[in-house]
Ligand binder design. Sequence first.
Ligand code: COA
Length: 160
Amino acid sequence: MKKVVVYPGTFDPLTNGHLEIIKRASKIFDEVIVLVAKRDEKNTLFSLEERVDIVKRCVSDITNVKVDKLEKLLVDYLREHKINLVLRGLRSNKDFEYEREMFEANKIMLKGIETIFIIAAPHTAFISSSLIKEIAFNGGDISQFVPKEVKKRLSEKLRR
Ligand code: COA
């Protein structure tokens, strides 16, 4: 049976940290679906459509990676698509506590769901989308932290 995993997140915007997790997962699973969550409560810089488009462009060379939107509970998406594997990246102990809560809540809401964690590479462990935006908005160079597409899209936002 095909092993399909979903990798949910806000991706506002996608960073090299996320990309590193996606690339490693693509070598383990038959298919990786990057699920871009709507997350109205996060007041995102990029719209859902923009975030999906950015991720699509950044993973276009990895054949077994797909991108989809998440506009409902994760467990409802999984139920609808008959998927039971979730992937999350772990950067630090801080991530672990938060992940444990989501893991437990999701497990109660959907029986049979399993979450797989990939520990982020040390050189990406400090990266977050907020940090990238802060550096960019203050005129810093983000080339080492994000794909070229993201750098371009952030510069466009800054010009507006
Ligand atoms: N590299 C770089 N940054 C990383 C990273 C990595 N490997 N892993 C996490 N991050 C950063 C993100 O950039 C983000 O940074 P920010 O807060 O500065 O924007 C932060 O860590 C949070 O990561 P993210 O993956 O975006 O998680 P999230 O908490 O925003 O997303 C969802 C959580 C989307 C998976 C969760 O809210 C969800 O499932 N929502 C759908 C609704 C639902 O089912 N809710 C109930 C859940 S129990």
